[in-house]
Design a protein around this ligand. Structure first.
Ligand SMILES: C[S@@+](CC[C@H](N)C(=O)[O-])C[C@H]1O[C@@H](n2cnc3c(N)ncnc32)[C@H](O)[C@@H]1O
Length: 259
């Protein structure tokens, strides 16, 4: 596999951390996907491609809805775990180990493409959206769920970017809703939903463990938290909850249709 530096960093990071993303992880709660799909007439059946499948929580959501799922990720260990998650419920999925930016599938071959809590690692999100649009059949849907950044608060955007980068250096960038909208339109997709919801980050120490953050970077993050300005604190509802440092992430739910 030909990988650029950020793809290689993500592969190394997630191969190492795969055990942290199992059944009990925050991502096992797929109510965000239910919310993204609510009221949208998704194709009733067919093939679904879950890009950056991680430990397979979105792939399982697709399989339960009756789609024939292909699980794709850059990390072999994550793919192995994802396949096990599906098998435990009696589902079989094909797998593909490749970057999101270059999908090795024919055009017009999937009814749905999903990508959840992963695109902020991609070295080229525009290439991913173009590829997703290419492999979708006309009438097919792209569903993206990911952390996002406010359009009108550059300080808050920079604060969370720095925090994420120190916590996990394989982080790329959280994209604003307007940027996602532009990428979809540029790839010929019609955006049907672009909503920002909040998700509680339950404990900074847990968040460090998830990424195996180095002691030096934990210190840097703690300083960022301690020195956050009032507007940043207010924007993220940054605070303490039973001695744990918590905040509210803005999460984009985006649904786009290929005409
Ligand atoms: C947090 S996990 C994804 C969670 C999963 N989608 C879910 O719904 O539970 C992030 C995944 O993105 C994958 N990833 C990061 N960069 C990637 C890239 N450029 N191409 C493909 N996969 C990538 C990682 O290997 C990791 O498995």
């Amino acid at each position: 596999m030909n990988l650029d530096d950020s793809q290689r960093a993500a592969q190394t990071q997630f191969d190492r951390q795969s055990a942290r993303y199992g059944r009990t992880h925050l991502l096992a709660d797929t109510s965000d996907l239910d919310g993204a799909a609510r009221g949208i007439a998704l194709p009733a059946e067919g093939r679904a491609l879950d890009v950056a499948t991680g430990c397979g929580h979105t792939a399982l959501w697709l399989a339960r809805r009756g789609y024939q799922v292909t699980l794709a990720d850059i990390s072999l260990r994550m793919l192995e775990n994802a396949v096990r998650l599906l098998e435990d419920e009696g589902f079989l999925g094909e797998t593909g180990q490749h970057p999101a930016e270059a999908l090795p599938y024919s055009g017009r071959s999937f009814q749905i493409v999903t990508c959840r809590v992963a695109a902020h690692h991609f070295s080229d999100p525009a290439a991913f959206v173009r590829e997703a649009a290419r492999v979708l059949v006309p009438g097919g849907y792209l569903i993206v769920v990911d952390g996002t950044a406010p359009d009108d608060q550059p300080e808050a955007e920079a604060w969370l970017h720095d925090l994420e980068k120190w916590r996990d250096p394989s982080h790329g960038r959280f994209l604003k809703p307007s940027v996602w909208q532009g990428l979809c339109e540029g790839a010929g997709l019609e955006v049907r939903r672009a909503e920002v919801h909040r998700l509680k980050q339950p404990d900074l120490e847990w968040y460090f463990e998830t990424a195996a953050t180095t002691p030096a970077n934990r210190e840097r993050v703690r300083k960022l938290v301690a020195n956050a300005s009032r507007p940043v604190r207010e924007y993220y509802s940054l605070g303490e909850d039973d001695g744990r440092i918590v905040w509210q992430w803005p999460i984009l739910r985006l649904v786009a249709r290929k005409p």
